[in-house]
Design a protein around this ligand. Structure first.
Ligand code: AMP
Ligand code: ZN
Length: 496
């Protein structure tokens, strides 16, 4: 098995050779979305990054179990209300109806961006029993205490024993004030401000609550990931990922809970993605510096001059390393559109090319082989997609020269050509997860891209019970000779 892969471990703050706990197998857990509203582009950036990581591990030949959860309880608003039930009230839906609606929309968005489904996608509300068991175990080990029906994790006692609280995020316990707002109301119940709730007693108005030995209440937000990661991947597993905004308090507290329960750290490697910016500033709803994926696709936003297809946006995302911030600008998207189109043209041209056999090991051959191997080395270096993409463009130039006859087949060996073809195709489609679609591609596939986009917008309208928009899309497409068919597997289309 390959082990030239190195990954940057946030825990040690350095690159380490990747050695999975069990030869040939990888367990990876990524913190998934909180499904109380539409997924935003920042979330997409994180999930696309981990999709590429997942795909590259598969390419290396690992058998990967990829677990990505859905948070549907325990994430509280500033006022201590559950985000899911607060939004459900607003939309006049049952909390679980709301969860279903936004989970569906999240899955749709993941499929628009052509990401692979995780192997397991557990929900927090489906693992209440296990969460209560973990609270009991932590209490049994002496690292949690009950106060008025709520249970708090005893960070001081834990740190006395393990000296590790705050290590991941680089914080010192003495300086720590609980930055989590989950339990702001109950600060006086805690022994120390950095203690955090692992079980919370619910007020009468609170809707999402369950029976427990301590009170009718609900789990702290960090508990679900401690429970679901280890339930499906074992006490210790290989990779734990998420956005770097989750390092503290979420991941720090996850580690404390797992160690407090089992005595061992849950993950060997911690991988964190960096944040998405727009025009150099943090993308944030409060100051209007935000754009939704659909606005980006349609161009219906003051931040862009036109719409960009999902694959162009994805191509743009691959141009930044997952640990760097990514700055979304109209100019950068325009450049990405050109780049994506050039890449797809080269992929199609290469597909049709055949090497007649033999050929010579010339300087051009050596250079080409070095470029092909360089791409693999770039991905082995902590999944460096921008460098690998630059390497792919060296190959694009080569393909174009071969097509134009500036380089001849006899200048390269059959084996090198074969390696070029297989590596190029694997990287573009299997590892980067790009596909041929609308937006800069000038062939029949653009129709499919446009219709898929309309299907997505129609699905969104249907989810919002906006029947007039959904009927309008279906009827207008029918007038254009395109029939939509709704089936179990989703909506498909055909020409009539
Ligand atoms: P949430 O739905 O807020 O729980 O977040 C889901 C995932 O998206 C987490 O891994 C977050 O760290 C990540 N995330 C949230 N905001 C951003 C952002 N602006 N850029 C990149 N990742 C983000
Ligand atoms: Zn999590």
């Amino acid at each position: 098995m390959e082990n030239s892969l190195t990954v940057y471990n946030s825990k040690s703050r350095k690159k380490e050779v990747f050695e999975p706990i069990h030869e040939g197998r990888v367990g990876m857990y990524v913190c998934g979305p909180t499904v109380y509203s539409e997924v935003h582009l920042g979330n997409v950036r994180t999930f696309v990054s981990f999709d590429v990581i997942y795909r590259y591990l598969l390419y290396l030949g690992y058998k990967v179990r990829y677990v990505r959860n859905i948070t549907d309880v325990g994430h509280l608003t500033d006022r201590g209300e559950d985000k899911v039930s607060a939004r459900a009230k607003l939309e006049q839906l049952e909390p679980m109806e709301l969860v279903q609606k936004y989970s569906n929309m999240f899955h749709e968005m993941m499929s628009i961006f052509n990401t692979k489904s995780p192997s397991v996608e557990p929900r927090a509300t489906g693992h209440l029993i296990e969460q209560i068991e973990m609270v009991k175990d932590i209490m049994k080990n002496g690292y949690a205490y009950e106060k008025n029906g709520s249970v708090y994790f005893d960070t001081l006692k834990f740190n006395d024993n393990y000296k590790s609280y705050g290590k991941l995020s680089g914080r010192k316990i003495d300086e720590l004030f609980s930055e989590t707002r989950d339990d702001l109301k109950n600060q006086d119940e805690k022994k120390h401000p950095s203690d955090f709730a692992i079980w919370m007693k619910a007020s009468d108005e609170h809707i999402m609550k369950w029976n427990s030995p301590w009170s009718v209440g609900f789990p702290g937000w960090h508990l679900e990931c401690s429970v679901m990661s280890t339930k499906y991947l074992g006490k210790t597993f290989d990779i734990h990922g998420g956005g770097n905004d989750l390092k503290f308090p979420h991941h720090e507290n996850e580690i404390a809970q797992n160690v407090g329960c089992t005595g061992v750290e849950p993950a060997k490697y911690w991988l964190h993605t960096n944040m998405l910016l727009m025009n150099g500033k943090k993308m944030s709803k409060s100051d209007g510096n935000t754009i939704s994926p659909y606005e980006l696709f349609s161009g219906d936003s003051p931040h862009v001059s036109k719409g960009y297809s999902p694959m162009v946006v994805k191509f743009f995302m691959l141009q930044s390393h997952y640990r760097s911030t990514m700055d979304l600008t109209d100019n950068a998207l325009q450049a990405a559109e050109k780049g994506y189109s050039k890449l797809m043209d080269a992929a199609k041209a290469l597909d049709k090319m055949e090497h007649p056999g033999k050929g010579n090991d010339t300087d051009a051959n050596k250079k080409l082989l070095a470029s092909v191997n360089g791409i693999i080395a770039d991905m082995d270096d902590d999944f460096n997609t921008p460098k690998a993409l630059a390497g792919i463009f060296e190959l694009v130039n080569f393909i174009n020269k071969l097509k134009a006859g500036h380089i001849r087949y006899s200048d390269i060996t059959f084996d090198t050509f074969d390696k070029l073809k297989s590596t190029f195709i694997k990287f573009v489609y299997d590892i980067f997860g790009l596909k041929d679609e609308a937006g800069g591609v000038k062939d029949n596939n653009s129709i499919d891209g446009v219709v898929q986009l309309l299907i997505t917008i129609r699905n969104e309208a249907r989810a919002n019970k906006d029947w007039s928009t959904s009927d309008l899309i279906r009827d207008k497409l029918m007038e254009l000779g395109i029939q939509l068919k709704d089936g179990k597997e989703g909506t498909s289309w055909s020409k009539i």
